[in-house]
Design a protein around this ligand. Structure first.
Ligand SMILES: NC(=O)c1ccc[n+]([C@@H]2O[C@H](COP(=O)([O-])OP(=O)(O)OC[C@H]3O[C@@H](n4cnc5c(N)ncnc54)[C@H](O)[C@@H]3O)[C@@H](O)[C@H]2O)c1
Ligand SMILES: O=P(O)(O)OC[C@H](O)CO
Length: 335
């Protein structure tokens, strides 16, 4: 655990709130910002985040605010936890409010929806390439972190000292933070695993068994490695917490909104209705489109992710998508 810091956490959904609780438990002060005044009113009134993470009282060290100036003034650290669709928009508000050399970390998992860019590339666009940047990723359901259940994640940064700083802020006996220098690999894992979690939800929803689930996870990992290494990530990253760890977590547990999207699609629900039922961000829906475009432009085969894209965007039924996967010709497993 590091000396007491003042952290601006930008994004007050379930993950921003859970990380804020963790930081407060670690002895830090947190300013939790939301763009939504009604949400901040509710946090102040209820003393908890009833909408996104009910049942966890907000400690005195946590100050909810709708003012970005108040959140950032004098903050020692800044952690973005907004959905990927809001990432650039929020990032753009930061340079005029932060010293030029202050680092920025994020725990968002996804690609920029309109461009398919990795989020550190968006950060380069907005902030330049010299600032310390870090991404926090890995198998971590907000609810379990809020409950203090043991969790391990990865912090990948462009500067070793910055990875160490963010890891130390988050690290505790119940939350192990490992460091990495592979931002690309860690970002690809966090984004693309969501598409594979939708696939596994579909398979489980259609009544396929444990064999199918294991096959999807393993062949899904091969897809992650293929696209991630083509984009410049290191192969070993995909075997770690941000890769295999998060893939297994989201493919196997119904706390995952992406997996629940797949289960809903298998019940015959359309995407809009399923999103409304889930009521929270489901990053894999837009990421499936970006992965489809990226894989095509890189000439990479991602058959499972491709079928998820077809179900989401081309009115292919879950049954047809499954049949298309099963009808593929045999091929060598490796290579
Ligand atoms: N929930 C988890 O367990 C978990 C774990 C790891 C990573 N993540 C990632 O964290 C990110 C946030 O997810 P979440 O689970 O907290 O989402 P959530 O659905 O719980 O909450 C979304 C939050 O984003 C805010 N928001 C929406 N549009 C915004 C905008 N334009 N500007 C600013 N804020 C906006 C909403 O007000 C809300 O507070 C996602 O990328 C997700 O993949 C989530
Ligand atoms: O609920 P999901 O599917 O967005 O997954 C949440 C986290 O990414 C799990 O690590």
């Amino acid at each position: 655990m590091s000396a007491s810091a003042t952290v601006a956490v930008l994004g007050a959904g379930s993950w921003g709130t859970a990380l804020s609780l963790l930081l407060c438990r670690n002895g830090h002060q947190v300013r939790l910002w939301s763009h939504d005044a009604a949400q901040i009113d509710a946090l102040q009134r209820d003393g908890e985040n009833r909408q996104f993470l009910p049942g966890f009282p907000l400690p005195p060290a946590l100050t909810p605010t709708t003012s970005l100036d108040a959140a950032l003034a004098g903050a020692t650290d800044c952690l973005l936890v907004v959905p990927s669709h809001a990432f650039r928009q929020v990032l753009t508000l930061l340079p005029e409010r932060l010293p030029n050399d202050s680092g920025i970390a994020w725990a968002t998992k996804g690609l920029e929806p309109k461009t398919g860019q990795l989020l550190h590339r968006v950060a380069h666009d907005v902030l330049g390439v010299n600032r310390p940047l870090a991404v926090v990723s890995g198998p971590s359901f907000a609810l379990e972190v809020a409950r203090g259940l043991p969790t391990a994640i990865t912090v990948a940064a462009n500067q070793t000292a910055f990875a160490d700083r963010i890891a130390h802020l988050l690290h505790s006996e119940r939350f192990r933070a490992y460091t990495s220098s592979d931002i690309i690999g860690v970002e690809v894992c966090g984004a693309a695993k969501n598409v594979l979690a939708i696939a596994t939800g579909i398979a489980d929803g259609l009544g396929f068994g444990a064999n199918t689930r294991a096959a999807l996870i393993t062949r899904g990992l091969a897809e992650l490695i293929r696209i991630g290494t083509a984009l410049g990530g290191r192969a070993e990253t995909f075997m770690g917490l941000a890769g295999m760890g998060d893939l297994v977590l989201t493919c196997t547990d119904n706390q995952s909104r992406n997996r629940r999207m797949g289960l809903a699609l298998a019940r015959g629900m359309n995407v809009t209705a399923a999103l409304a039922e889930i009521g929270q961000e489901v990053e894999g829906v837009v990421t499936a489109l970006s992965v489809h475009t990226l894989a095509a432009s890189l000439g990479i085969e991602m058959p499972i992710s491709e079928q998820v894209y077809r179900v989401l965007y081309e009115q292919v039924s879950p049954e047809q998508a499954t049949a298309a996967l099963l009808e593929r010709e045999p091929k060598p497993e490796l290579g």
